[in-house]
Ligand binder design. Structure first.
Ligand code: AHR
Length: 348
């Protein structure tokens, strides 16, 4: 397994390199300076938590891959938070395959980590491996994407995005933008959705339909999965534009796909943000820059900076404490009507 930062003891199988970190920690405590390096900011940057550096906790984390700038930031956030907290992180990249995630989680169980956290690439198919973790007495934290399960007690809690709300926000923006439009000439919307079967793609589609789905002034003319990949956003938009240019709005489930679709529009002389109104999700810097240029009309934030929160929850779980079943992260909506100069650099 790559990324393992320690070796386990064959005898008790529960701790690795513990004595080294424990010695350093005790030394620092003795010197009375431990508290000086333990402050970090939690994910929403509004709550600051003071916590004591933990040594000895081992967190196994299964990430789904590196499909987007958002994912890169999410990975960095987790790695940095673990390093800052002195938590040993066993990090595995599943390269977009559920079977790789299951293998990684199983290896964490064999390794007897203290806590397992993972981003489920799709909603279904986790119950067996979660039962294995439960039988081994290892608490599991689910993050970013949700699962469907026959038994909610198989995992300790979830922290991540509210994808349903993100979809609703996209709908609200288009309702407002096209408020003059009548049902005689409905707004024609192309949806480029995320990975099929993922909770975020399902939530973003459902939330959107909750708002515009049964409104006769709106028509979703096509919905195609671009797997959260910029290259697929480009391909989908190029293909659609060969068939029709009668599109009023693009609703894209992530910025990567949006940026690809914008490239395709420009290639054929369509002005993004003007000829086709664009609503996108994530809020990476490139999308905010496109919003500033008027090539995107609305950017809905999906917050990737969950590392500190994941670490904080993992510490609680390692101590045997319970955590909230469901925690959604703080997210904003940026539109063409806002003061765009006031948007702080996104950092990804
Ligand atoms: O699960 C979150 C989604 O996955 C982000 O919107 C997307 O960019 C990422 O790849």
């Amino acid at each position: 397994m790559s990324g393992i930062m320690c070796e386990r003891s064959r005898n008790n199988g529960r701790r690795c390199m513990l004595s080294y970190w424990k010695t350093i920690f005790i030394l620092l405590l003795t010197l009375g300076i431990a508290g000086t390096f333990t402050t970090f900011r939690i994910f929403d940057t509004r709550t600051v938590q003071e916590e004591t550096a933990d040594e000895g906790i081992i967190l196994g984390f299964s990430q789904i891959g590196a499909e987007s700038a958002w994912r890169g930031c999410n990975t960095r956030s987790i790695k940095e938070a673990a390093a800052n907290a002195g938590i040993q992180l066993l990090f595995e990249n599943a390269e977009q395959k559920q079977e790789n995630q299951i293998k990684a989680i199983r290896s964490f169980i064999v390794y007897q980590v203290d806590v397992i956290a993972f981003v489920p690439i799709v909603t279904d198919g986790w119950d067996n491996i979660l039962k294995e973790a439960k039988n081994a007495g290892i608490p599991v934290l689910i993050t970013d994407r949700k699962i469907t399960t026959a038994d909610e007690n198989l995992y300790a809690g979830f922290i991540g995005t509210d994808s349903q709300q993100e979809g609703r926000e996209a709908g609200y923006f288009l309702m407002q933008k096209f408020r003059q439009r009548s049902a005689e000439t409905p707004v024609k919307i192309l949806e480029i959705s995320g990975t099929e079967g993922s909770s975020v793609a399902v939530g973003r589609a459902d939330g959107f339909r909750e708002v515009v789905g049964s409104n006769p002034r709106f028509e979703i003319i096509n919905s195609i999965s671009g797997d959260f990949l910029r290259s697929k956003g480009y391909e989908i938009m190029s293909g659609i534009l060969k068939e029709t240019r009668d599109i009023d709005a693009l609703y894209s489930h992530n910025d990567g796909m949006t940026l690809g679709a914008i490239d395709a529009m420009k290639e054929v002389g369509i002005r993004p943000g003007k000829d086709i109104i664009i609503v996108t999700i994530d809020a990476e810097q490139a999308a905010i820059d496109a919003l500033k240029r008027g090539e995107v009309n609305c950017v809905i934030e999906c917050n990737p900076k969950t590392g500190p929160a994941i670490i904080s929850l993992s510490r609680k779980l390692a101590k045997g404490e319970t955590i909230p079943r469901l925690q959604h992260v703080q997210e904003e909506v940026f539109t063409e009507d806002d003061d765009l100069d006031a948007i702080a650099p996104r950092g990804y």
